[in-house]
Write a protein of this length. Structure first.
Ligand code: SAM
Length: 281
């Protein structure tokens, strides 16, 4: 689907795009192909796509993967997608028979459904306003997909990939990197979307860790620790954590892990947060 086809469909159907739903559609074939390439799809793959829009990425995913489940919030787009990818009456495993479309708010669906996504890959050009909560919801825990390939606002991409002592390092970096390793990324120019967004876009690829860094109760402690430590970025982390854990235990942990009592959260690595969570749990 190129730009003129996209414009034609939207005007034929009388669809005015909704900014609050992040409706910036990707029409550049090269960029769409690069996203699908990064997912390294085979017929054995099951793909979750959030926000299929008019379906330019969906089309590629159906060509390459075994199964695609797409979740779209806008009823007008759901109706269009149903026309574009109708169910196959013969029931044969044609590309349309391998496509399932849900008319849902993806965030509500993910929170409610608690499905096991371990055998799935997320491949999506996400609605930017809800990209972070969607990624956190999907990435945490034992049910997370094996790979996340997501186009997000560049600022969010930087946070997803940041390490300690980098400006963008924070809660989002740690809550995702506890289970995922950032592997690759590429910028997508604004002109590749219709309409062009006001912000820059980047596609990121995160791979689920082969072995979880934390299990059981320590995971809950890690989340609490990270949220409290970054609740006031400029404050010493020890001061913030003392409100919740005994100072003595914290100091022992800090010393054993080589964390200065004056350290701010942004200087503490993922590995140090993990080790501290283990000690406190
Ligand atoms: N994948 C398409 C593309 O690349 O052209 C569209 C991407 S567009 C950035 C985001 C899409 O997500 C829109 O179709 C929008 O309607 C949909 N969307 C927005 N919020 C949503 C939500 N909470 N749940 C599911 N879909 C949502």
């Amino acid at each position: 689907m190129n730009l003129s086809e996209m414009r034609e469909i939207l005007s034929r159907e009388g669809i005015q795009l909704t900014k609050s739903l992040g409706q910036n559609f990707l029409h550049d074939r090269n960029q769409l192909r690069r996203i699908a390439d990064m997912a390294e799809l085979t017929r054995a793959d099951r793909v979750l796509e959030i926000g299929p829009g008019l379906g330019p990425l969906t089309e590629l995913l159906l060509e390459r993967a075994g199964e695609v489940l797409a979740i779209e919030k806008d009823a007008r787009l759901v109706a269009l997608l149903k026309q574009r990818f109708p169910p196959d009456p013969s029931g044969a495993r044609t590309r349309h028979a391998r496509f399932q479309l849900l008319h849902e708010d993806a965030l509500d669906f993910l929170a409610r459904e608690q499905r096991n996504w371990r055998e799935w890959k997320l491949v999506a050009n996400l609605p930017y306003s809800v990209a972070s909560p969607i990624l956190v919801e999907l990435a945490q825990g034992e049910r997370a997909p094996e790979r996340l390939v997501a186009t997000v606002q560049t600022e969010v991409a930087r946070r997803l990939m940041a390490r300690a002592n980098e400006d963008d390092y924070g809660v989002l970096s740690l809550l995702v990197q506890i289970d995922f390793v950032p592997r690759d990324s590429f910028r997508i120019p604004a002109g590749c979307f219709f309409p062009a967004p006001d912000v820059e876009s980047t596609c990121v690829y995160l791979q689920r860790r082969a072995e979880p860094l934390l299990e059981g109760a320590a995971r809950g402690v890690f989340v609490e620790l990270v949220k409290r430590a970054f609740s006031q970025r400029r404050k010493m982390m020890l001061k913030l954590l003392k409100q919740h854990w005994p100072a003595e235990r914290l100091l022992q942990g800090f010393e054993a892990l080589g964390i200065s009592p004056e350290a701010r959260a942004e200087t503490v690595s993922l590995e140090q947060f993990v080790a501290l969570a283990k000690r406190l749990s």
